[in-house]
Design a protein around this ligand. Structure first.
Ligand code: FAD
Length: 281
């Protein structure tokens, strides 16, 4: 099995308008986004040009300042990077691209948001999202594809990792055996998780049953097979023992993808932040 191929994409800011909002489960909201009115669908800044072929490709979402309602959007810097406006608060958070599609010639992008109260601007925005609201998407700047020769896939996620988990399942196809352990809060419907991961051997864990369950569940699966890739997305601290177990089995980053999506007590955990600051990758 090869390691995952990486492709550079672009960091063009794309202004998007909420076209539809669906409450998928108690604390999960799906927004379907389209270009803002008057946008040129042939322009690089159209959602039609957004590429997210990899299962865990993610965008930086720029949100309105909750205090003022003003969205301070970035621009594309001459070197191809992201230039934030100066002198203002420019708020962004990372979200996985759940789906891209074209409907009647119009590009759409789905993002699934976990609601965890109003303390976080992303959660607060998503909890009130309505048709017509505008945000700005930047990226995915890079895309990571599937390892060639993958024969088995193990998934360990919380709610924030469900979009990537569902995309992995679809991407590997029916010939790859998939085992998924998913830790959720009490407000997430089991039926929704089962639908998203239909076809996987699925174990659902409830966060309220105590800490450490995700790692225990992964450990109980035993050592990964040589053609197995393991993915983990969720609270960084919960994933530290998952990665430790994988390392003890001789499984490194070439055969696993373990990414902290958030960290208890930390605002806007960076996507490239070390899972464990005391033990960097
Ligand atoms: C590569 C990547 C992909 C991601 N994909 C998704 C996705 O598809 N959907 C999604 O919902 N999230 C996703 N996340 C996680 C999301 O970016 C973070 O949860 C983010 O912190 C939410 O921003 P916020 O403004 O709501 O909270 P913040 O302002 O960042 O944090 C405020 C407080 O809330 C806590 N907090 C943050 N997230 C959660 C949570 N989920 N549950 C409980 N407490 C939390 C923080 O620890 C902090 O104390 C992804 C993260 C990364 C790095």
């Amino acid at each position: 099995m090869t390691s995952r191929p990486r492709t550079d994409l672009d960091l063009i800011p794309r202004r998007a308008r909420v076209h539809a909002v669906r409450r998928l489960s108690g604390t999960i909201v799906r927004t379907t986004l389209r270009d803002v009115a008057g946008a040129d669908p042939a322009a690089p800044s159209s959602l039609a040009a957004l590429r997210a072929p990899g299962p865990d490709d993610h965008v930086k979402v720029f949100l309105p300042d909750p205090e003022t309602g003003v969205l301070h959007a970035p621009t594309l810097a001459p070197d191809g990077g992201v230039q934030r406006p100066t002198g203002v608060v420019s708020i962004s958070r990372e979200l996985t691209v759940r789906a891209t599609r074209t409907v009647d010639g119009v590009a759409e992008v789905d993002l699934d948001w976990v609601l965890h109260g109003d303390a976080g601007p992303a959660s607060a925005w998503a909890g009130r999202a309505a048709v017509g609201d505008e945000i700005v998407l930047v990226g995915p700047g890079t895309s990571r594809g599937l390892p060639e020769g993958i024969g088995r896939l193990t998934i360990a996620v919380d709610e924030t990792g469900l979009p990537a988990a569902a995309r992995w399942l679809a991407a590997v196809g029916p010939d790859v055996r998939v085992t998924a352990v998913v830790e959720i809060g009490d407000d997430v419907d089991e039926a929704f998780v089962e639908d998203e991961l239909d076809g996987a051997d699925l174990e659902i864990l409830y966060r309220t049953d105590g800490p450490g369950q995700l790692a225990d569940a992964v450990r109980s699966l035993g050592a990964p097979e040589p053609d197995e890739h393991v993915v983990g997305y969720g609270e960084a601290g919960d994933l530290v023992p998952v990665r430790r177990h994988l390392r003890s089995c001789g499984v490194g980053p070439d055969r696993s993808t373990v990414v902290g999506h958030w960290r208890r007590g930390t605002v806007n955990l960076a996507p490239d932040a070390p899972l464990d600051p005391t033990d960097p990758d």
